[in-house]
Design a protein around this ligand. Structure first.
Ligand SMILES: Nc1nc2c(ncn2[C@@H]2O[C@H](COP(=O)(O)OP(=O)(O)OP(=O)(O)O)[C@@H](O)[C@H]2O)c(=O)[nH]1
Ligand SMILES: [Mg+2]
Length: 403
């Protein structure tokens, strides 16, 4: 490999040599890509020209993995004739990963960014994007759990028209090695929550993969939030893209060093999903859905009172009262909560809404009975049932009725 593997650098980069760069200035919370220099000639994928590839690798104490990592990347990329650069974003690792990367920069096309004033996986990747001069960005871990030999396949997918190509554990042919069943369960459960709560990523099987490629345009002029560690999810919610493909891969065992992402990750993930729900307007829908639900209680009670006063039996009167409440809720959700999502025919939306209501009632009952049997106060048991039923009804309606 020759070190002068000179990639044309974007304007802002012209003066910066390969090697360590000063840390990020200022604690900007949201990193804006407006400052990106556009590439001359526009999207390289439009012509026959092969794209240049910037491989962004966040590192923290990964010193012993770097040599094999760079060697395998270079072999894979050279084998396919891709021009590429490796961008290591290191958070001033105590094991001096940055130093090792600089040493290797003589043999491989490596830019090293040593950040001393900022930490965090997502912000490291975002920083890497800012320094990248390629047409296609690839993000991967340093610990060889992401096989570098997959990179050409991901880049090819972009060349063939995808905007984002994900190395996915959860499409046929993909998988994880040596994970305990509970780690698999947590991983899949977390993904399910994300896909249900954020309909834009509903079709993506592995939206939290740390190994993926994207064309530069996907994140150009997009404000990505550097908090959190699932940068792909952030990109999939906020990015400019149409087509996502998933390429199967086997998530291997870490080669050397130790894991940085431990137990705090679940809570941090839930917070991230919440932030993205807020950003994408899904949280607003949830609030509207709740308000409509409360109005339904009033309608239900009101009609129950009316029917009983008109002489209907108390045992029967709650049936039409409930149905009227369901119709009330449907109307307001259709006109307000999900106004922009009325694509299915009215009869299907109405039917689907009733199915959700029925499912909610069954779930509420199925939670109430055993909890009361186990000795919980019946009012509390009912409240838990209502809560779970509410979530199920919201998710079903959001993803099916107005999906
Ligand atoms: N720059 C930077 N890199 C980080 C940070 N945390 C983790 N990384 C890197 O991000 C990648 C993923 O972290 P890992 O610890 O391997 O996470 P993981 O793959 O989920 O966990 P294991 O399966 O145990 O390896 C690795 O290359 C880490 O070195 C961070 O705060 N800053
Ligand atoms: Mg790892």
């Amino acid at each position: 490999m020759n070190p002068g593997h000179g990639l044309p650098k974007p304007a802002g980069w012209a003066k910066l040599p390969y090697g360590p760069l000063p840390g990020n200035k200022g604690p900007a919370k949201l990193i804006n890509f407006a400052g990106f220099s556009s590439l001359a000639g526009g999207n390289a994928m439009q012509g026959n020209k092969r794209p240049k590839v910037s491989i962004v690798i966040p590192t923290y104490n990964e010193r012993d993995n770097l040599e094999e990592l760079f060697e395998r990347i270079s072999r894979a990329m050279d084998g396919e004739g891709y021009e590429f650069e490796i961008i290591v974003v290191d958070d001033d690792s105590p094991d001096e990963t940055w130093k090792k990367a600089m040493e290797l920069a003589g043999r491989y096309p490596v830019k090293v960014i040593r950040r001393t004033d900022e930490k965090g996986l997502s912000s490291a990747v975002i920083r890497g994007f800012r320094e990248a001069s390629g047409d296609v960005f690839v993000v991967m871990d340093a610990d060889l759990q992401h096989p570098p030999e997959k990179i050409p396949e991901l880049v090819r997918a972009i060349e063939n028209g995808a905007d984002v190509a994900i190395a996915s554990r959860y499409v046929p042919g993909g998988g994880v090695e040596n994970w305990y069943w509970y780690r698999k369960l947590i991983s899949k459960g977390a993904i399910m929550i994300g896909r249900l709560a954020l309909p834009r990523i509903r079709g993506v099987k592995d939206p939290v993969s740390g190994f993926f490629a994207l064309s530069r345009e996907v994140v150009e002029n997009v404000e990505l939030n550097p908090i959190g560690f699932k940068i792909l999810m952030e990109i999939l919610i906020k990015g400019n893209y149409r087509k996502v493909v998933e390429v199967p891969f086997k998530f291997g065992l870490r080669k050397a060093g130790e894991s940085k992402l431990g137990g705090k990750t679940i809570l941090s993930y839930i917070k991230h999903v919440y932030r993205l729900m807020r950003w994408s307007g899904e949280l607003d829908r949830l609030v509207k859905f709740s308000i409509v639900g409360l109005s339904g209680i009033l309608v239900n009670e009101g009609f129950l009172w009316l029917f009983v006063h008109l002489g209907l039996s108390k045992y029967v009167a709650n049936v039409p009262a409930t149905e009227l409440a369901i119709l009330n809720n449907f109307l307001w959700n259709d006109l307000w909560t999900f106004r922009d999502l009325r694509t299915a025919p009215l009869w299907r939306r109405l039917l689907s809404f009733h199915i959700a209501a029925l499912m909610g009632a069954l779930v509420q009952w199925a939670i109430y009975v055993p909890l009361v049997y186990l000795g919980l106060h019946y009012l509390i048991a009912n409240l838990i049932g209502i809560g779970v039923s509410f979530i199920i009804r919201f998710l079903f309606n959001r993803n099916v009725t107005w999906g």
